[in-house]
Unconditional design. Structure first.
Length: 115
């Protein structure tokens, strides 16, 4: 069983920063991809950023240059540093773990950016 526990969401003004954390526990293999998705009201869930255990990263075009992703493999933790936040970044952010063909999700954390 895999568990993902997120933290770090909240309310911030436009231009501000937030850092999300996600700790994974359970049957986690060393080769995996961890990342973040988000879902705004009325919209589909979309990839924000992801990083493989080998260090390859992928970002949504809308966050490139503003968000960074980092992993601590020893702690099975992934971080999302969000800078220069915009109101359109408002969404529920979900941590994601992809391992051996399976996807696991965290419970989600709300990020609200006020204008």
């Amino acid at each position: 069983q895999v568990q993902l526990v997120e933290s770090g969401g909240g309310l911030v003004q436009a231009g501000g920063s937030l850092r999300l954390s996600c700790a994974a526990s359970g049957s986690i293999f060393s080769i995996n991809t961890m990342g973040w998705y988000r879902q705004a009201p009325g919209k589909q869930r979309e990839l924000v950023a992801a990083e493989t255990s080998g260090g390859n990263t992928d970002f949504a075009d809308s966050v490139k240059g503003r968000f960074t992703i980092a992993r601590d493999n020893a702690k099975n933790t992934v971080y999302l540093q969000m800078n220069s936040l915009k109101p359109e970044d408002t969404a529920v952010y979900y941590c994601n773990l992809y391992v051996i063909g399976k996807m696991f999700w965290g419970q989600g954390t709300q990020v609200t950016v006020s204008s």
